[in-house]
Design a protein around this ligand. Structure first.
Ligand code: ZN
Ligand code: ZN
Length: 292
């Protein structure tokens, strides 16, 4: 078990535990530093921070996970120590949520056209007011008996190459990094191997090139200890992080999804020195002047 888990989701995006339940679970699992990082939403943070007040040995780092696109791949950028009262950030997030609704509706229409009957109203109910995402649609497909568990819905219908997939307008990773730096948050690349592209396609950068470009744009860290990464993946990514002087971050990316074998909070995570490194960058005068 690890003491630090810097990647967790609540009902305010596509997790199934509310912030207080997630905080309680993390405390019971012996964690001492966690980051709550919902997709394109900071709405769960006040509740999470309030719940943490009754647990003096737990530190909650306010965070967010922004979805962005590059040609051929999706990149998620985490922002640590996000200032959720920043109105400029909230305006962008509101636009994001609207885009998510429209996209979700179109995916449900495509599923219906494929003969899979789920309703948009039910998807909205499942999202419970959170930022609507594909996991909510997957859950509706499970409920209706079209698939056995959520991952199957992604594999068969909702994945990037699936018949019900709908893309959406997103930020570029550099837009997201600039948005986070402007907010005072530390940008960190999430699950880098998910963004691996076929490097033999001309004009499509390799993962290493992409990370190098993002570092130049202000990225301060990247996930290395993540979800169900194998030791080989961890050492490959740790090599890139060391080479590019990026803070090695990570966490379980726990959603309480019900998928078999889902990594639980605290089963994977970075060492405490990662938290110290992030806190040090956050305090540094260079970072403060960059974000002011
Ligand atoms: Zn992600
Ligand atoms: Zn995530």
């Amino acid at each position: 078990m690890f003491e630090v888990d810097l990647h967790l989701h609540t009902t305010y995006s596509d997790g199934t535990l509310d912030p207080a339940e997630l905080v309680d679970l993390c405390v019971s699992r012996g964690l001492s530093v966690i980051a709550i990082s919902d997709h394109d939403s900071t709405e769960g943070l006040p509740e999470a921070l309030a719940a943490a007040r009754s647990h003096p040995h737990l530190t909650v780092i306010p965070a967010i996970e922004l979805s962005t696109d590059i040609p051929g791949a999706e990149i998620h950028i985490l922002g640590y120590y996000v200032d959720y009262e920043d109105q400029a950030l909230q305006k962008v997030l509101r636009e994001f949520r609207q885009g998510r609704e429209e996209r979700g509706q179109r995916m449900v229409e495509k599923l219906n056209a494929l003969g899979l009957n789920i309703s948009w109203d039910r998807v909205r109910e499942i999202s419970d007011g959170g930022a609507i995402g594909r996991p909510h649609i997957a859950q509706a497909l499970v409920e209706a008996g079209h698939v056995e568990f959520p991952k199957e819905a992604f594999d068969r219908y909702l994945g990037r190459n699936g018949p019900a997939y709908v893309g959406r307008n997103k930020l570029t990773p550099l837009d997201a990094i600039n948005l986070l730096i402007g907010n005072g948050a530390l940008p960190v690349m999430a699950h880098p191997t998910y963004s691996e592209t076929k490097s033999d396609r001309s004009g499509v950068p390799t993962l290493r090139q992409t990370i190098t470009d993002l570092k130049r744009g202000g990225l301060v860290g990247m996930e290395v200890f993540y979800g169900d990464y194998t030791p080989d993946q961890v050492s490959y990514l740790h090599g890139i992080a060391t080479e590019l002087d990026l803070v090695p971050c990570g966490g379980s990316d726990y959603h309480a999804s019900g998928n078999p074998g889902e990594p639980q909070p605290g089963t994977v995570g970075p060492p405490m020195s990662t938290v110290e490194q992030l806190a040090k960058i956050k305090r540094s005068p260079a970072y403060r002047s960059a974000s002011s």
